[in-house]
Design a protein around this ligand. Structure first.
Ligand SMILES: C[S@@+](CC[C@H](N)C(=O)[O-])C[C@H]1O[C@@H](n2cnc3c(N)ncnc32)[C@H](O)[C@@H]1O
Length: 163
């Protein structure tokens, strides 16, 4: 569901934060995102090394999503089409949430939003409090826990219903 919300033909870079062992990363590749334009960021050194080994053609960055502004390769700056947040941001403190959200939106994704997946019944982020608008894009029961894909934008950026 996440991959279906990314335009693989846009020519832009796709940034996935918190790539883990790569379930979403692989889905993005299968959906047609070119490996040369897929950038994955993972804070865990073992998982980052594993993904770099099994998917050698993507750009694998070992580091924190909060630092994506500095970690992003020069060629991708200003050319980010989509940002996918796999980091469970809602489990962070409010200051950390704000820092990560600021870092993601500063990439200026061309669609103006970042995507996040969640197993909560409602929005995983307190959107209004964080200065965001939230839109549930997809929902499925075909997951061990029912799952949703959400899109978040800066409030005032011209979109959808808040949550
Ligand atoms: C829900 S899991 C993602 C699962 C992933 N889709 C997979 O297939 O394994 C969240 C991931 O975010 C990573 N993570 C947590 N905090 C992070 C941060 N600040 N920066 C980057 N990655 C982080 C965790 O190590 C974990 O791999």
């Amino acid at each position: 569901m996440v991959a279906s919300r990314v335009d693989p033909a846009s020519g832009d870079y796709v940034v996935e934060l918190g790539s883990g062992t790569g379930a979403v990363t692989r889905a993005l590749l299968e959906a047609g995102v070119p490996a040369t334009r897929l950038i994955a960021v993972e804070i865990d050194s073992e998982m980052a090394a594993y993904l770099a080994e099994v998917l050698p053609d993507i750009t694998m960055i070992h580091g924190s999503a909060t630092d994506i502004g500095q970690l992003l390769p020069a060629e991708a700056r200003g050319r980010v089409g989509a940002v996918i947040c796999g980091v469970p941001v809602s489990m962070l403190g409010m200051d950390e949430q704000l820092a990560m959200i600021k870092a993601m939106l500063a990439l200026k994704p061309h669609d103006g939003r970042f995507l996040a997946y969640s197993y909560r019944p409602g929005s995983p982020l307190r959107a209004a409090r964080l200065g965001l608008t939230a839109e549930r894009l997809d929902f499925t029961l075909r997951n061990a826990l029912p799952a949703s894909v959400w899109a978040f934008r800066a409030a005032g950026a011209g979109c959808e219903q808040g949550t």
